[in-house]
Ligand binder design. Structure first.
Ligand SMILES: O=C(O)CCC(=O)C(=O)O
Length: 308
């Protein structure tokens, strides 16, 4: 898979998946691991769709920024923009602000400590794709998370240290998505974030809690920590909120749905017609495209509400 960051630098990677079936492992030349064919095959159409949207071998945010779903802005330019200029950009595109100050956090004990104490029980998302066979041959690396429920992805209870212990080529692929960040400096965004502005204006007003009620950061700001190859499928974040994400360690590939004039996202029927749209596959008659950007530490992505 070829993907590009906001500055047009290419990042190549080979997704890996879980192994839970003795009949299906396949040797991967890149990293000496085994892959479960079906899972990678399920992801391939998404990658193909992203690459099909390239213009002259480059993603639109580099080759044709005017028509891209991503608007790239440097931190300095972003700082000088007014709230309405920022909101205007967000009306039309997912905004990536590059070169933001960041704390140089590493994926280690100290880094994880910024999200949670080390002995804390946390929920971890993993995937057990086929749950019928335990592999005993030590040559076969099994990244899957066992599940009794059969529900995908599997949510299990673990400890934050499990993330560090599995951050190895032989570890399980884990994604922890629920670290409420009450310490986040949320007021940084108060210039243009409408939730902050609404809070400022309304709190202390009748029926809106007392003036001393704190902003509910724990409910709207989360830290995430995942090991390599963790992924989440297509979704729209709930409650009409926009999403912002800043990578502090590692990299993240973020893909967005690119609506066509015939199937705009403002039409909820887009999502009700399986021949045109499905969450986990690209149907034969899909008319949408996809774009992706590799997020690095210091990139801040804002996804407007109701985008996917
Ligand atoms: O990091 C992930 O796997 C999911 C993050 C996400 O989807 C979100 O923040 O909306």
């Amino acid at each position: 898979m070829r993907a590009f960051d906001a500055d047009g630098v290419e990042h190549r990677f080979t997704p890996e998946s879980h192994v839970r079936h003795f009949a299906c492992p396949k040797f991967s030349p890149n990293n000496q691991e085994f892959q479960f064919d079906d899972r990678i095959a399920a992801l391939k159409p998404f990658f193909n769709c992203i690459e099909a949207g390239f213009v002259d071998g480059k993603p639109r945010h580099i080759a044709d920024p005017e028509t891209s779903s991503f608007c790239i802005i440097s931190f300095l330019d972003f700082q000088s923009m007014s709230a309405s200029q920022i909101q205007d950009r967000l009306r039309h595109a997912n905004v990536v602000v590059t070169g933001c100050p960041h704390p140089n956090t590493k994926f280690d004990e100290a880094g994880l400590r910024t999200l949670t104490p080390s002995n804390r029980k946390i929920s971890i998302q993993g995937i057990n794709f086929i749950n019928d066979t335990h592999i005993t041959d030590p040559l076969y690396v099994d990244h899957a998370v066992p599940s009794s429920s059969g529900v995908l992805p599997t949510i299990v209870t673990g400890h934050s240290n499990d993330l560090l212990e599995n951050a190895t080529p032989h570890g399980k692929i884990l994604n922890a998505l629920d670290f409420p960040m009450w310490k986040d400096s949320q007021w940084d965004r108060s210039r243009y974030a409408t939730d902050m502005v609404a809070w400022d204006y309304l709190h202390g007003s009748p029926h809106c809690g007392t003036a001393t009620v704190p902003y509910p950061t724990g409910h709207v700001r989360w830290g995430l920590a995942g090991t390599a190859h963790a992924f989440s499928m297509f979704h729209i974040d709930s409650d009409g909120f926009a999403t912002f994400v800043q990578v502090v360690a590692g990299k993240k590939l973020w893909a967005v749905y690119r609506p066509t004039p015939t199937l705009p996202l403002s039409d909820p029927n887009v999502f009700l017609r399986p021949e045109f749209f499905q969450l986990d596959k690209i149907p034969a008659k899909a008319q949408f495209g996809m774009e992706a950007v590799v997020l690095r530490p210091s990139d801040l992505l804002s996804v407007p509400s109701s985008l996917i």
